[in-house]
Ligand binder design. Structure first.
Ligand SMILES: Nc1ncnc2c1ncn2[C@@H]1O[C@H](COP(=O)(O)OP(=O)(O)OP(=O)(O)O)[C@@H](O)[C@H]1O
Ligand SMILES: [Mg+2]
Length: 260
């Protein structure tokens, strides 16, 4: 068992606000974590630390056997896959979908090299197929729907074979079919052999892909509960996190929540 993330006493302070408050947390390479919490809880802030995009105000961040602050982040970042709405906005809309994915292997946003290895193209095609959008390979990125773009972005993030995969609200804005397709794809990816450690941020327990093993519930920068999903995610912890009495059901590997 190897830890890919190791946070010790991590806080992020901006002005008077403690965005994250004394977080201790570790993610093992075999773990698939879901991070749940209300708006403003600090979820995206946490992912930015895990993506080596932000340094803690206090505390120690271990990432992939390196310590943030003592390592060149430009060497660390290619080992980490990140998908978020902010990153999706930066992808070139006029580019072919297959190229958006394949160009990730050069860690650039946009296609700058004319020659890619045949293997890279094969891998991109496989990933797009895995995510159920193989038929869109030749379309331009800008012509895709929101949900299709999200899946392209996930394929792109997986293209570099990251050791840690971070997903910030991948299902936000999707319709029911889109969400269900995405949840199924993520479930397959999460349970595949050789898959990276994963951390998925969401507001909705309905979006937790089967196969995710751990949950961290975050509220106002603090951990409400964290651990194996069946212990950490309960009606009680979820109610405390969202400040409302909730019932939680777990049926066929999927979760649903509703107010009492
Ligand atoms: N530079 C900053 N200065 C002060 N407050 C900030 C700064 N950046 C973010 N915040 C605040 O930190 C809190 C946590 O933000 P963050 O984006 O991590 O929340 P989140 O859990 O991802 O929320 P959401 O579910 O809405 O995406 C928010 O209240 C936000 O307004
Ligand atoms: Mg956020």
């Amino acid at each position: 068992m190897t830890a890919v993330v190791e946070l010790a006493g991590v806080s992020i302070v901006r002005g008077d606000a403690r965005l994250l408050d004394n977080i201790d947390w570790s993610v093992d390479e075999a773990d698939r974590w879901v991070v749940i919490g209300p708006n403003g809880a600090g979820k995206t802030t946490m992912l930015q630390i895990l993506a080596a995009q932000m340094h803690p105000t206090t505390g120690v961040v271990g990432l992939l056997d390196e310590v943030l602050g003592a390592v060149d982040v430009f060497e660390l970042r290619p080992r980490i896959g990140l998908t978020s709405a902010a990153l999706a906005d930066r992808l070139p809309r006029s580019e072919r979908v297959a190229d958006v994915v394949v160009s990730a292997s050069y860690a650039v946003l946009g296609r700058w090299r004319e020659e890619y290895d045949e293997l890279d193209h094969q891998r991109a095609k496989e990933l797009l197929t895995e995510l159920g959008i193989g038929h869109l390979s030749d379309r331009t990125f800008g012509t895709l729907s929101e949900g299709e773009r999200k899946r392209v972005q996930i394929a792109r993030a997986l293209m570099t074979d990251p050791e840690l995969m971070l997903l910030d609200e991948p299902a936000a804005g999707l319709d029911l079919t889109g969400r269900e397709h995405l949840v199924r794809s993520l479930s397959r990816i999460a349970t595949a052999e050789g898959a990276p450690a994963m951390v998925l941020v969401t507001h909705h327990v309905e979006e937790i892909p089967p196969g995710f093993t751990h949950a961290l519930l975050l509220k106002q920068g603090r951990i409400v509960s964290a651990g194996p999903i069946t212990e950490a995610l309960t009606a009680q912890t979820l109610s405390e996190t969202f400040d409302i009495p909730l019932a939680l059901d777990h049926i066929d590997g999927r979760y649903t929540a509703r107010a009492l």
